[in-house]
Design a protein around this ligand. Structure first.
Ligand code: NAD
Length: 339
């Protein structure tokens, strides 16, 4: 609805209505892995809410979906308290918004600082804890503070090392290390899974991301083991424990330690390289065997990341450049298969 037509009171009512609506769709998406609306439709509800909340600071509520990491902890799993919070990402919907974000970073430091660009993998976030080199625990992001213990399920994901070496480090590996990344389902495996589900009259998944999240959050780990899941690892929660001092070097460390790290990454020392990477990623999108929904641009240096810090739901030192939505077609296809 156009702002001109709404009274302030009506806008406040819309805020309340939108919060409820977003909660409902978040529940379907994160808890049930079964969204009813497209991501683009969900994102426009969020944008509208953000816009109205901006106009009505008196409606401030720390529990608003705009102030939190979306996610649920299902009681069928043991809760896991994240030692360091897991965050979402702020979005840039086009190259202009990306440029505006780079401007803000530049203003903050008084100069352009090196940034690392990675593909934004359209999967489900996980945290893996290794103690004395052994995989001890795997957790979902949940609401960012508390996730779900999915260790048994993750053990069957073939490219997750059950043991890690300390190749990345000359010295001794820290007693405990927590890495973070994305579990995803390749496009062809997603299509096969849906076709098989359709064949026996079972519900299908809306897209590979929901299929990955749904497969990971199975009560019976044997079902997860039958699904084709892979990972890309891109972070260390306690990065202070390794010698790498920035994102790009950390990715090399992760790779040397035995993790599956996405090869399409670029350390950018100039602004133009970032836009180039985004354009190239958009070009390769269709030919990759897995889905990406954008590019994540991160201030490279850990010291500089720390200087910028976090908002309630996302780091200030990173941004997700989102591709135009592609999944509407997928969602439609999935619905067609279901009937
Ligand atoms: P997000 O998926 O937009 O971005 C944050 C996540 O990106 C991180 O938590 C991380 O797991 C992941 N990621 C992938 N590659 C990464 C990389 N290289 N580096 C760092 N992180 C990387 O945010 P979100 O909060 O998880 O979810 C919001 C998304 O979910 C939106 O796209 C929204 O449309 C969708 N959603 C849809 C519905 C619906 O009903 N359709 C409901 C809720 C949410």
């Amino acid at each position: 609805p156009s702002d001109q037509l709404l009274s302030p009171q009506q806008e406040v009512e819309e805020i309340i209505k939108l919060r409820k609506e977003i909660e409902h769709h978040s529940y379907l998406y994160y808890a049930q892995d079964a969204p009813e609306i497209s991501d683009a439709a969900f994102d426009s509800l969020m944008r509208r809410l953000r816009e109205l909340e901006h106009k009505h600071p008196e409606c401030y509520d720390p529990n608003s979906p705009t102030m939190r990491v979306g996610g649920y902890v299902d009681e069928q799993f043991m809760p896991v308290q994240h030692a360091e919070r897991m965050y979402s990402l702020d979005n840039a919907m086009d190259l202009n918004e990306l440029d505006a974000w780079i401007d803000r970073v530049e203003e903050f430091f008084g100069k352009f600082v090196p940034m690392t660009c990675e593909l934004k993998i359209d999967g489900s976030g996980i945290a893996l804890t290794y103690t004395k080199g052994q995989l001890e625990r795997a957790a979902t992001r949940g609401d960012g503070r508390v996730g779900e213990n999915i260790t048994a399920n993750v053990r069957s994901v073939r490219d997750v090392p059950l043991r890690i070496s300390n190749n990345g480090e000359q010295g001794i590996l820290a007693p405990s290390i927590e890495v973070r990344g994305e579990v995803y389902m390749p496009k062809t495996s997603f299509e096969q899974l849906n076709a098989a589900a359709h064949e026996i009259g079972h519900a299908t998944f809306a897209n590979p991301r929901n299929a990955a999240a749904g497969s990971l959050r199975q009560k019976d780990a044997r079902i997860t083991a039958q699904r084709d899941l892979s990972t890309f690892i891109y972070a260390i929660a306690n990065a202070g424990t390794i010698s790498a001092k920035g994102q790009f070097a950390m990715l090399q460390w992760l790779k040397a330690s035995g993790f599956h790290v996405n090869p399409d990454v670029r350390y950018c020392t100039q602004r133009s390289e970032i836009a180039d990477f985004c354009k190239r990623a958009l070009d390769m999108r269709g030919s990759l065997p897995y889905e990406i929904d954008g590019v994540v641009v991160k201030v490279d240096s850990f010291a500089e990341q720390e200087a910028m810090g976090f908002t309630a739901r996302a780091p200030r030192w990173a941004i997700a450049f989102k591709f135009p939505p592609e999944e509407q077609a997928t969602l439609l296809r999935a619905i067609t298969v279901q009937v």
